[in-house]
Design a protein around this ligand. Structure first.
Ligand code: AGP
Length: 367
């Protein structure tokens, strides 16, 4: 009912607005005197230094958070990371050796495939860390250690605040591992923590742009196909942007690694096809802009999500959303906001059941 939604039209909108708090609540208890302290990890520095592979297993948006974190873990800590969809992981006879840390990510803590992957990993002798939102859930109970995302109860089927809190937990872990391994020093760590602490206000600011995005979304209510493109960490956010849109609006959408488009998918681009491009990584701007030009030449309408100051993008885009400066590993936390709003308003505009899309359940307890 209306009271439960706190005056918002849908749980999804309310939960999007709870993201600044979810982010703060997830990082603040874990930063003490300028250092990252994750007691629930139950690992000594020696044990952290002994990690030689991280295996991340999850489904849906939690998987997308995992894909983002691969770039963060590898970039910062230089520990190799594999990310798997839980339903695939179990059946591929995964190689878990001494020194492999398995990380399972789940909002509900009840996703059957993720739980089965956890059990499979434990049976093979691996240590499993759960990143879970629901306290006391099955995954929280069965994992060796649990790092909670403090997003609070999430009702809308399309996850927003739990996903944002998952990203924060993963950044903290990656920074912690990198620091313990000596890959980043005190100066880098303290700069990163400053940027982390700025995220809630920056997310708030992006949420307040909602009317502009609503007007833009209203132009795409009848779209047949939408493509999301990005490179590197921006490819990870493209996947999440695409899922947000399709699960609640029922418009077909796909995420592509921008450089891979010309190997097939570009043949689907027609006059007016919307291509949402994400470019937050300075070293990839040029390459992204050339991919945007490729689709625009074929008639695409190009929307871009990029960092403030990258005005160069305007020559290749029809509509640009700027996000504020942050550490290059944290950009997904900002870029996702306009993409969530876009999916939300397309769904509202099409008259869909935003909070309870057809055929979907909040937690998928069948394999
Ligand atoms: C996200 O919007 C989805 N509804 C879905 O992909 C979800 O993230 C997935 O089912 C995993 O759920 P979990 O986090 O509860 O394990």
């Amino acid at each position: 009912n209306a009271a439960e939604k706190g005056g918002y039209e849908h749980f999804m909108l309310k939960e999007m607005y709870e993201q600044p708090k979810a982010i703060t609540d997830t990082f603040s208890p874990r930063i003490k005197d300028g250092k990252i302290v994750i007691d629930e990890l139950n690992m000594t520095d020696e044990e952290i230094k002994a990690i030689n592979k991280i295996m991340i297993v999850a489904c849906g948006s939690a998987y997308h958070a995992g894909v983002t974190s691969k770039y963060v873990f590898e970039g910062l800590s230089r520990i190799p990371v594999e990310v798997d969809v839980a339903s695939e992981f179990r059946y591929r006879n995964p190689i878990l050796e001494e020194g492999t840390l398995v990380v399972v990510i789940s909002q509900s803590g009840e996703t059957a495939d993720t739980l089965a992957a956890l059990r499979e990993s434990k049976a093979r002798g691996a240590k499993v860390l759960g990143i879970v939102n629901v306290v006391g859930s099955s995954i929280a109970r069965e994992a060796d250690n649990v790092m909670y995302t403090w997003a609070g109860p999430e009702i809308a089927v399309a996850t927003t605040k739990a996903y944002s809190a998952q990203l924060i937990s993963l950044y903290l872990l990656a920074m912690k591992f990198a620091y313990v391994k000596g890959e980043i020093d005190d100066t880098v760590l303290s700069d990163m923590l400053e940027d982390l602490k700025s995220l809630p206000a920056q997310v708030e600011m992006l949420l307040n742009n909602k009317q502009k995005i609503q007007r833009f979304a209203n132009r795409y209510l009848a779209a047949r196909d939408i493509f999301f493109i990005g490179r590197g960490i921006d490819y990870a956010i493209s996947m999440e942007g695409s899922l947000k849109l399709k699960e609640i609006s029922y418009i077909h959408s796909e995420a592509y690694a921008a450089g891979e488009l010309k190997h097939g998918t570009i043949s689907l681009v027609e006059e007016g096809t919307l291509v949402a491009s994400v470019l937050t990584q300075k070293e990839l701007y040029k390459k992204m802009i050339s991919n945007m030009v490729e689709v625009r030449t074929r008639g695409a309408f190009v929307m871009a999500v990029t960092m403030e100051g990258n005005t160069e993008v305007e020559r290749a885009a029809d509509y640009v959303i700027y996000i504020p400066e942050t550490n290059k590993y944290f950009t997904n936390s900002l870029a996702i906001i306009p993409l969530q709003l876009f999916g939300y308003y397309v769904s509202v505009g099409r008259g869909c059941d935003v909070d309870k899309p057809r055929n979907l359940a909040k937690s998928v307890t069948v394999e």
